[in-house]
Design a protein around this ligand. Structure first.
Ligand SMILES: CC(C)(COP(=O)(O)OP(=O)(O)OC[C@H]1O[C@@H](n2cnc3c(N)ncnc32)[C@H](O)[C@@H]1OP(=O)(O)O)[C@@H](O)C(=O)NCCC(=O)NCCS
Length: 329
């Protein structure tokens, strides 16, 4: 059997657009309140892209930060993978726009479609390329402009989402000597495809077809069903990726920022206390594929990750999809 290369994360970066949408801003648009949103979700505000911005712009900013911190240039990249459900175009991929804007002339580029599990899917794909020896420096990005796809008349969904991007440079561990990826899990259950959807605009109901309904081109979700699925799956994923390790060894869990109550309920079941969990949903809402890398980057920048400790990244989302990665920093 081929000896696999040990893989690590050399650096991270993140970017949040400037426009802040507070809960009170939403209370002026739909029948809701700061109190309801804060209590039910933990969200206080989120960021929205400006009119002239789109997902690739957010990716480029996060990517430049990660490259600078890794001490490498764009031409050193072999591959760029973007996890997103809100690429600038249906075609081409956001990754190709990023490749061009960065000047990553030696890199291949593609997007992965795994919704809120997008960054973990990009990270695990990057890990597999590096582990096999096929690529040496891979940029994994999670980025979204969800504000472009929320129905601002639907109070049950519009208050949940925000925009942003996070990135990580993935290399052989011997090149960076930190954040070794020890284990990874990935799963899907397409029978739950209608829990979270954007029903029109794809090949099933393309624009200008009789099936196309203009106002269906928004995120639709079955919030309660997702809630029930999410708690169980988060617990299962963390337990599974920690196989062979004790929960006490965990320095930090960086979960998908879906809902503070979902995060709290899951960690409570696992006996992992709040201090060992990274939560920033209050500032950014649910940024889908971007939420884990943004939270990871903030955890690193604020000294929440101790060298030598285990870090668990975990996410789930539309598809249904889910994933978790275990690292030792
Ligand atoms: C959406 C979510 C916050 C709703 O919280 P909840 O506690 O489950 O609330 P419910 O859906 O049971 O709704 C309770 C009531 O609040 C109302 N409500 C919903 N959104 C509201 C809002 N923004 N403001 C005020 N009231 C609201 C509902 O209409 C309902 O009223 P009713 O009892 O008169 O019917 C929660 O289910 C959730 O976070 N789900 C997962 C989100 C998700 O799918 N994310 C994307 C995938 S990663």
């Amino acid at each position: 059997m081929t000896q696999l290369v040990r893989v690590g994360i050399a650096s991270t970066g993140s970017f949040l657009p400037e426009t802040v949408m507070s809960n009170d801003d939403f209370a002026r648009i739909v029948d809701t309140s700061d109190e309801w949103i804060t209590q039910r979700t933990g969200i206080r505000e989120r960021r929205f892209v400006a009119d002239e911005q789109s997902t690739s712009d957010l990716c480029v900013e996060a990517a430049r930060m990660a490259l600078e911190r890794a001490g490498i240039g764009p031409e050193d990249l072999d591959l760029i993978i973007v996890g997103t459900l809100t690429a600038d175009y249906l075609m081409p991929s956001a990754a190709c726009l990023v490749q061009d804007r960065l000047g990553a002339k030696n890199a291949g580029a593609f997007d992965v479609a795994a919704a809120c599990t997008g960054f973990l899917t990009a990270l695990q794909t990057a890990e597999a390329f590096v582990a096999s020896g096929r690529k040496r420096r891979v940029l994994a990005i999670g980025a979204e402009s969800l504000s472009r796809f929320v129905d601002m008349t639907d109070r049950t969904s519009c208050i949940l989402f925000g925009d942003g991007a996070g990135a990580a440079v993935v290399t052989p561990w011997e090149d960076c000597e930190q954040a070794e990826i020890l284990a990874a899990r990935m799963g899907a259950d397409g029978s739950g495809y209608d829990f979270i959807t954007i029903p029109t605009g794809g090949s099933k109901a393309p624009p200008h077809s009789p099936q196309y309904v203009k106002d269906d081109h928004f995120i639709q979700l079955k919030g309660r069903e997702v809630y029930r699925f999410a708690v169980g799956k988060m617990v299962e994923m963390i337990q599974s990726v920690l196989e062979g390790h004790d929960a006490d060894e965990v320095g930090l869990v960086v979960p998908h920022q879906v809902n503070k109550r979902i995060i709290d309920a899951s960690l409570d079941r696992l006996g992992i206390d709040e201090e060992r969990c990274m939560v920033n949903i209050d500032k950014y809402g649910n940024t889908s594929a971007a939420s884990v890398p943004i939270a990871l980057d903030e955890a690193l920048e604020t000294g929440r990750i101790e060298k030598g400790k285990l870090v668990v990244l975990v996410a789930f989302g539309a598809g249904l999809t889910w994933g978790a990665s275990l690292l030792r920093w």
